[in-house]
Write a protein that binds this ligand. Structure first.
Ligand code: PGA
Length: 256
């Protein structure tokens, strides 16, 4: 973290978990502990069907509600999809774009991510743009190339004045949901390479102000060490964001 230049953001990604009633209960359970939070921003990215209850339950707290995906068209014949304007009107502030599960199971590409990032920004939503390599890519020593390509394509034509609203989440695919966390050094190294790439695209000043998160089996135990890396400005947390005490412990680590 480097609080002097940028915000630390701890975001939960609930994935396909929790009914609207369960969502309300979990947020109510989280609120007291999260009210201790001083320095970081907190986001919960919930299923579409939970948004209404989540926004209501989070009211009066410092928790912002995010979505996990959106379509890049404004409206039309896209059965099962949800637009940026629909999310915005529900009170959503953030939206995850290009999570590796979306890329793997639902055919998302860097090009579709690029369209979504631009549309999210135009609607006033903050994109949490995900990138990260597979185990094979890491073993072949092409992690930096893969991540740079993902970022460069997904951010093409994103205006300089908008870039500070974008959050980047580095999520090595081999670490997601596997219990295998990247070491703090591995996470720090790639997050720093991401900032180098952002510097090439937007200049030093802008790059310095962008929040770059780590995600992949981040938990109450390893959060402090990961967040101690200067270029790791927060986390995108799956499993551990479904338990109030674990999520609160990660937020506490971000407030040290
Ligand atoms: P995990 O998921 O924390 O359960 O590994 C992270 C993510 O997919 O965003």
């Amino acid at each position: 973290m480097n609080r002097r230049y940028r915000k630390t953001i701890i975001a939960g990604n609930w994935k396909m978990n929790k009914t609207p009633t369960e969502a309300k209960a979990l947020i109510e359970e989280m609120k007291p502990a999260l009210s201790r939070c001083k320095w970081c921003e907190m986001v919960l990215c919930v299923p579409f069907t939970d948004i209404q209850n989540a926004v209501k339950a989070a009211r009066g707290s410092k928790i912002a509600i995010g979505a996990q995906n959106m379509h890049f068209e404004k409206s039309g014949a896209f059965t099962g999809e949800v637009s940026a304007d629909m999310l915005k009107e529900m009170g959503v502030k953030f939206v995850i774009i290009g999570h590796s599960e979306r890329r793997q199971y639902f055919g998302e590409t860097d090009i579709s991510c690029n369209k979504k990032v631009k549309v999210a920004l135009a609607a006033g939503l903050r994109p949490i743009l995900c990138c990260g390599e597979t185990l094979e890519e890491r073993e072949q020593d092409v992690t930096m190339e893969v991540v740079r390509k993902q970022i460069k394509i997904a951010l093409r034509d994103v205006a300089a004045e908008d870039i500070k609203k974008v959050v980047i989440a580095y999520e090595p695919i081999w670490a997601i949901g596997t219990g295998k966390t990247a070491t703090a050094e591995q996470a720090g190294e790639v997050c720093s390479a991401i900032r180098d790439c952002l510097r090439e695209l937007y200049g030093a000043r802008a790059a310095r102000a962008i929040t770059v998160q780590y995600g992949g089996s981040m938990n109450a135990k390893n959060a402090a060490e990961l967040l101690a890396q200067p270029d790791v400005d927060g986390g995108l947390i799956g499993g551990a964001s479904l338990k109030a005490a674990d999520f609160a412990a990660i937020v506490d680590a971000a407030n040290q």
